[in-house]
Design a protein around this ligand. Structure first.
Ligand SMILES: [Zn+2]
Length: 51
């Protein structure tokens, strides 16, 4: 069982895919000052499939 896994339509895969929400912190420097941004990005989980 996995937490934070949700199925939604992926425009890249053009089908329903499990998504994993990943939190990450990015740092940007704006006009000489550092700012930390906490963002949540949805990562499409692609099962390994033989083609
Ligand atoms: Zn996808």
């Amino acid at each position: 069982m996995k937490d934070n896994v949700k199925t939604d339509f992926c425009i890249s895969c053009r089908r329903e895919r499990p998504y994993s929400l990943k939190k990450e912190t990015i740092r940007k420097t704006i006009r000489g000052s550092d700012y930390d941004f906490s963002i949540t990005s949805a990562v499409c989980v692609r099962p390994v499939e033989a083609r």
